[in-house]
Each structure stands twice: as structure tokens, then as C-alpha cells.
Design a protein around this ligand. Structure first.
Ligand code: DSN
Length: 417
């Protein structure tokens, strides 16, 4: 075997799978709110020989030689992210969002210490202390929730639990919360109980960078995030903080939790940060939210029960109980109709997470393709048709063909067919 042939020549079986996935991403309305299309430049950096390099340590303080290009790669990623978010310190080495959150806990807590976060059933993330996660198993976690009547976070409950539990770390941020986060209110509670406030902005980092969601900077002590969701960068994570908290965080990431950073990922993040600093990205971020609001309104008109009544960000959570279909059955029907999303628990869901009552969908990826609020009526119509056609594979196939035809006019960033 030689190592020069292209993927197509070297491994036709894998090539076919990659091509198949690329085509699938072009043909479908991709509406999983945590997904997006990374640009060609981001993908080029990810797929470069930077992949071959080990760089344990931090710029200018490495354990391996040959860092003449890697040090500037990491420094560029750090400085672009610092200036994009307006923070003093950026660690760009976390492999993804879960390791980033674990590193934050490792930096400030010992096993068994009290922590707090939004509960998974209310839209929080596993790594904010949910029982099945290492963050729930190794730390003494308590969850806050959302109110039953309006599905909003109840800051009085947050304060009450914080005062009882005395957490060392409070997480705010989630994966299925369609409303704005009041970072100032969380900071006030965290300060009153002496906790470190961590804003996990994985879902909204692109909106924050583009000015379409208030920033936690100046309120949260630490900000954690993935880099591939609304931010449209490589699969990866990052931790942003003040200078006085930088040392424990850096130490927790390396050597605490990780070995060598993924250099190609850091390079791609630098590229994404450059893209996110442009006026076009600001327009994209605003359109993500405009699209979500337009879609929420169109679905509301068709009788869909939106959790919290609507959205302020990029995502919608829909309780399908009144439509007599479970989340899983709906998600499968929608996928067959060319609309890709995920089934999801809704707050106070009587059903189990593997077949819950709701679906979660969002607008980042379709906005990256150029869809605007004027198209959300079509999307809602296809969505509604698919739900009504659940079980009718022929009808679902017809919708998928219409979706595919419509999307031909919307180029997808980073996708060359
Ligand atoms: N998987 C991510 C999401 O879809 O929100 C969270 O880890």
C-alpha cells in the first residue's frame, strides 16, 4: 500500500460513505439546532497535516520540539477568540464541550463538592451535573428547573437552591432552552453564595459573537463552549475567563484532563473566529434568530404547542402531545420527509427520554444556506404535512422530493458536490 492515492482511490468504501453523507447534508433541511455547515476554509484547516503534530503544553512552553508553526497557530486562535468575545483569556484546547465543562469542575472543585445546573429534563446539559454523567457521579449536584406555567427559569428557585446547597460552581446555559439567559441575575446569585458562575454558551456562542444574544462577559466568571454549533467552527471546545482564573483552568485542561491538543482543530477555530468577526456573520446571527421567530409563529398558527410559547434564540422545542404523535415517531417521519431534527423531552414530560413527547429544531444550518424569514412558511407547511402524514411513506417521500428541489437553489457552505 502507498499513501499517495486520494480517498476515492485508497478506500472507495469509505469514500462512498463520505460522499453519501455530503449529499445528504445538501438535500435535507438540517434543523438539529446544535448542527451547522463549517466553511470550506475551516474544513481545510481541519483536514491539514497539522493533524500529524503533537504539542503537549501551551505556546512557548511545550514538551515536544518542532512547534515553529504550531505556537503561532494556537496563539492566533487564542487572540482571535479573545477579541471576538472580549475576554482576557482563552483556552482553545478542549477537545469538545463535555471535556471543557469537566475541566472547569476539575479546576474549582474536589470530588463530592456541591455544584448546580439546569436539569436535563428542563433543557440543561448532561455535564452540568446530571446523574448519569461523570459530573453527576463525582460531584454533589442539584438541579434547578423551569416554571410549569411558562417554562422559564425561576430565579427565585435558583436562589433558594443556591442558598441551601452552597454550590462551588453554578452552571447556566443549556441545550433545549429557547429563551434568553439572564446572566446578570445568575451572577448576582453566584456572588451571594460565593460560587463560580460558569456560562455554558455552547448553543449560543455564534449568537453571542454576532450580537444576537446578550453576552455573559462581565457577569460569568468562566464561559465554556463548543465551537461547531452556531459559531460554525470545527468540532471542538473552548474556555474563556479572566486573567486571575486562567492558571487553574489551563492546568485543568492540560495536564489535568487532556494530552496533546488537536492542532488542526485549533487552526480551524482561528479561521472560524476570523469569519465570525465579519459583518456578514453579524447578519447571519441576527437572521438565525429572525428565522427561528418566524418559524415559531408559523408553527404556532398551525396549532403546535411551543415550549415557553416561542423562542428568543435559534431553537424551538415543541410538545406534540396535542398532535397525538410521540417525539420519536414524529422525528422519524420528518426525517423521511427531508427535515432532520431530534426528538426531545419537554419540561415535565410524562414520557421516557428514549421516546419523549417533543421534538427540538433550530435554524442555524438553514440560515447558513441563505434561507430567510420569507421561507419559514414553507418550512412550517412541510413540517405540518409530514406530521400529518406519519406512517405514509409515499407521502413523506413526496415531501422529501419537494424539500430537495427547493434546496437546490441554496448553496451549503463547505459542501462541494
Ligand atoms: N449534542 C449536543 C446538542 O445537540 O445539544 C449537546 O451535547
Amino acid at each position: 500500500m502507498t499513501f499517495d492515492p486520494s480517498l476515492e482511490q485508497q478506500d472507495p468504501e469509505m469514500y462512498a460513505l463520505v460522499r453519501g453523507e455530503t449529499q445528504r447534508q445538501f438535500d435535507k433541511l438540517r434543523m438539529i439546532p446544535s448542527e451547522n455547515y463549517a466553511s470550506r476554509a475551516v474544513q481545510e484547516a481541519m483536514g491539514s497535516p497539522l493533524n500529524n503534530k503533537y504539542s503537549e503544553g501551551y505556546p512557548r512552553k511545550r514538551y515536544y520540539e518542532g512547534q515553529q508553526f504550531v505556537d503561532p497557530v494556537e496563539e492566533l486562535a487564542q487572540s482571535r477568540i479573545r477579541s471576538l468575545f472580549g475576554v482576557e483569556h482563552a483556552n482553545v484546547q478542549p477537545y469538545s464541550g463535555s471535556p471543557a465543562n469537566l475541566a472547569v469542575l476539575f479546576a474549582f472543585c474536589k470530588a463530592g463538592d456541591p455544584i448546580m445546573g439546569l436539569g436535563l429534563p428542563a433543557g440543561g446539559h448532561l455535564t452540568h451535573g446530571w446523574s448519569v454523567s461523570i459530573t453527576g457521579a463525582y460531584f454533589n449536584a442539584r438541579a434547578y428547573g423551569v416554571r410549569k406555567d411558562d417554562h422559564r427559569i425561576d430565579m427565585d428557585e435558583v436562589r433558594k437552591i443556591a442558598e441551601e446547597h452552597k454550590p462551588k460552581v453554578i452552571f447556566c446555559g443549556g441545550t433545549a432552552y429557547p429563551r434568553l439567559w439572564d446572566f446578570a441575575a445568575f451572577a448576582e446569585v453566584a456572588k451571594s453564595v460565593g460560587a463560580i458562575l460558569v456560562a455554558d454558551i455552547a448553543h449560543i456562542s455564534g449568537l453571542v459573537a454576532g450580537g444576537a444574544h446578550p453576552s455573559p462577559v462581565g457577569h460569568a466568571d468562566v464561559i465554556s463552549s463548543t465551537t461547531h454549533k452556531t459559531l460554525r467552527g470545527p468540532r471542538g471546545g473552548m474556555i474563556l475567563t479572566r486573567k486571575d482564573l486562567a492558571a487553574p483552568i489551563d492546568k485543568a485542561v492540560f495536564p489535568g484532563l487532556q494530552g496533546g491538543p488537536h492542532v488542526s482543530q485549533m487552526a480551524a477555530l482561528a479561521v472560524a473566529a476570523k469569519e465570525a468577526a465579519t459583518p456578514e456573520f453579524k447578519t447571519y446571527a441576527k437572521r438565525v434568530v429572525d428565522n427561528a421567530k418566524a418559524l415559531a409563529s408559523a408553527l404556532n398558527d398551525r396549532g403546535y404547542a411551543l415550549v415557553s410559547g416561542g423562542t428568543d434564540n435559534h431553537l424551538l422545542l415543541i410538545d406534540l402531545t396535542n398532535k397525538n404523535v410521540t417525539g420519536k415517531r414524529a422525528a422519524k417521519a420528518l426525517d423521511a420527509a427531508g427535515i432532520e431534527l431530534n426528538y426531545n423531552s419537554v419540561p415535565f414530560d410524562p414520557r421516557k427520554p428514549f421516546d419523549p413527547s417533543g421534538v427540538r429544531l433550530g435554524t442555524p444550518a438553514i440560515t447558513s444556506r441563505g434561507l430567510g424569514p420569507e421561507h419559514m412558511g414553507h418550512v412550517a407547511e412541510w413540517f405540518d404535512d409530514a406530521i400529518k402524514s406519519e406512517g405514509d411513506e409515499a407521502k413523506l417521500g413526496t415531501i422529501a422530493a419537494a424539500v430537495k428541489g427547493f434546496l437546490k437553489d441554496f448553496p451549503a457552505p463547505g459542501i462541494a458536490l
